[in-house]
Design a protein around this ligand. Structure first.
Ligand SMILES: Cc1cc2nc3c(=O)[nH]c(=O)nc-3n(C[C@H](O)[C@H](O)[C@H](O)COP(=O)(O)OP(=O)(O)OC[C@H]3O[C@@H](n4cnc5c(N)ncnc54)[C@H](O)[C@@H]3O)c2cc1C
Length: 529
């Protein structure tokens, strides 16, 4: 094809756009990747999960992308890509703080929940320093033959029956690019939403939060600040650390080089109580550090290396995710909240799905079939709803740490069941399995039902928090391969392969099949180094 036309134009070169561009180029598609900025560039959305890394491994195996396999576990990353900055993430750590009081170390009765996502550091998840990781994926896309054009300002998209004409400028010169298919990977900037007038469906998302965030150097660890906490399944700070507060919650992600990415997600009431607004970032940040002394102890002496920024609302949601000649990636379609780090895993799942959709079309139409696009769009919409129900439930439970910790078991049971199942019984269409329990008759209804119950508790129509915890434990039982919701654990959950062996029947496997699969879970299978 000539320089001003291509088969697939992808708008936006975050990791998702670049990886999809590369996957399609490997398949022999003629792909142009358009980016309005330049790499390396700062971005947030950094913490991966086992499901994200499973997607990376599947992409690696299917398309021969060795780096994706290496970047899917902390140990392999260090061995092969030490030049790309990252942080060790052993699991999810939660603490509940109260105003004007240091975090209360009450030993095993502390308001503290740790859920390990990996049995040891070598196979652990990571936080991605997005400036490095996204740049890496762009370079790899170029290496695979993608025509990458940065500093592109697109001003128009005319869609017709046989594709689209994108117009604007590239490095200051006029640009007109014909594409047979357009993928919008522009994230919340919503390129196609603006160009095609795709309606907002924000009313489907009940979560509302604002964001105050930055990157810092010299953040002190909780272990330093609260000595004497009982040992957990991993060192508390090498995790996605969540600080629950009255006004919402804070994430804190530590990179191996000592930099920390952190941000407060504030509920509308929390933001209003602090007088949060544009131009108020520094004042609100200081007010929160002062109000919560242990968080203040962690961040008080830290140096801001990326200036604080305030975003009044982080949620967006569109009414449609696909059309005849276009598709949105998840972050262009919807975003709920960073709680439970769903974004990277969900985006990689979409890269897999579109990769498969183009594979099916490679020998024929060379654009995905209408029914495949419809399936893609329907799955994405159902999953966006599910993420919102789960996150809304978490917010509804935050006032009581017991309720929050009980509700969190829904998330951990759902993702651990999916992870173990996908690792032990790899199936060709794992990419199409529903995210966060969508399509699973046991798991799918739970976040919605939990939200209903929590709202009743919040409103005082129901007062029995213990009954909620019992309901969660009972509801997840048919999928609880990780020994979750067990009071004997005192909210400190390791990866317990003995429990998995005992509960083999939940996965439809016998004990011997689990034993055979254990190296895959421990990261000691061939090819894991
Ligand atoms: C506060 C916060 C914390 C988060 N934390 C996590 C987390 O811990 N874990 C997790 O899994 N997810 C997290 N997420 C979600 C995560 O950020 C997204 O899932 C992820 O960034 C999606 O990547 P992407 O490549 O699709 O899009 P993006 O990273 O948004 O990249 C979009 C790219 O498109 C470019 N672009 C935009 N408009 C145009 C245009 N008109 N023309 C050309 N280029 C354009 C941009 O410059 C950018 O390079 C978080 C999100 C937020 C808001």
């Amino acid at each position: 094809m000539s320089a001003d036309s291509c088969e697939v134009a992808i708008v936006g070169s975050g990791f998702a756009g670049s990886l999809l561009a590369r996957v399609l180029a490997v398949q022999g598609y003629d792909v142009v990747l358009l980016e309005r900025g330049t790499h390396p560039r700062f971005a947030i959305g950094e913490s991966t999960t086992p499901l994200a890394n499973l997607s990376l491994e599947r992409l690696a195996a299917r398309y021969g992308l060795a780096d994706c396999h290496r970047l899917a576990a902390h140990g392999r990353w260090l061995a092969h890509h030490a030049e790309l900055r990252r942080g060790l993430k052993r699991g999810f750590t939660f603490y509940r703080h109260h105003p004007e009081e240091p975090f209360a170390d009450r030993g095993l009765e502390s308001e503290r929940l740790l859920v390990a996502a990996s049995p040891h550091a070598r196979v652990a998840d990571t936080h991605w320093l997005r400036a490095d990781v996204d740049h890496h994926f762009v370079r790899e896309a170029i290496g695979a033959g993608v025509d990458y054009r940065d500093r592109t300002e697109l001003t128009g998209a005319d869609l017709g029956d046989d594709g689209a004409v994108l117009s604007g400028s590239w490095r200051g010169a006029p640009l007109t690019l014909k594409a047979r298919f357009v993928v919008d990977a522009s994230g919340p900037a919503g390129f196609l939403a603006h160009q095609l007038g795709i309606a907002s469906a924000l009313e489907r998302t009940s979560t509302r939060s604002s964001l105050l965030f930055g990157h810092f150097d010299g953040v002190r660890t909780m272990r330093e600040l609260v000595p004497g906490l009982p040992e957990g399944p991993y060192a508390d700070d090498w995790a996605a650390v969540h600080h629950l507060i009255e006004e919402g919650w804070m994430y804190s992600l530590r990179f191996d080089d000592g930099v920390t990415s952190a941000g407060f997600l504030l509920t509308p009431r929390g933001a209003a109580s602090l007088g949060a607004g544009s131009g108020e970032a520094a004042r609100v940040w200081s007010a929160l550090l002062e109000r919560y002394p242990t968080i203040g102890g962690a961040f008080g002496g830290a140096r801001e290396i990326v200036p604080l920024r305030y975003v009044p609302r982080v949620q967006h949601r569109l009414a449609a995710g696909t059309g005849a000649r276009w598709a949105l990636l998840p972050h262009a379609f919807a975003f709920v909240d960073p709680l439970y780090s769903t974004g990277i895993a969900w985006s990689l799942r979409a890269v897999e799905r579109l990769g498969l959709a183009f594979e099916e079309a490679a020998a024929t139409a060379r654009v995905p079939a209408a029914e495949v696009l419809a399936r893609y769009g329907e799955a994405m919409a159902a999953e966006a709803d599910q993420i919102d129900r789960l996150v809304a439930g978490a917010y509804a439970s935050m006032a009581s740490f017991e309720l929050f910790a009980a509700h969190a078991m829904l998330y951990f049971a759902t993702v651990s069941f999916a992870e173990v199942g996908q690792r032990l019984v790899p199936v060709a269409d794992a990419a199409w399995s529903g995210f966060l329990g969508v399509g699973d008759p046991v798991l799918e209804p739970l976040p919605g039902e939990a939200l209903r119950r929590l709202r009743a508790l919040e409103a005082g129509r129901d007062r029995d928090g213990a009954a909620f915890a019992a309901w969660v434990a009972e509801s997840i039982a048919p999928r609880n391969v990780a020994g979750l919701a067990d009071p004997a654990r005192k909210k400190l959950y390791p990866v317990d392969l003995e429990v998995l062996l005992d509960r083999h029947a939940l996965l439809g496997l016998d004990r011997a099949q689990i034993v055979e699969g254990l190296p895959k879970l421990r990261g000691s299978a061939p090819g894991d180094v």
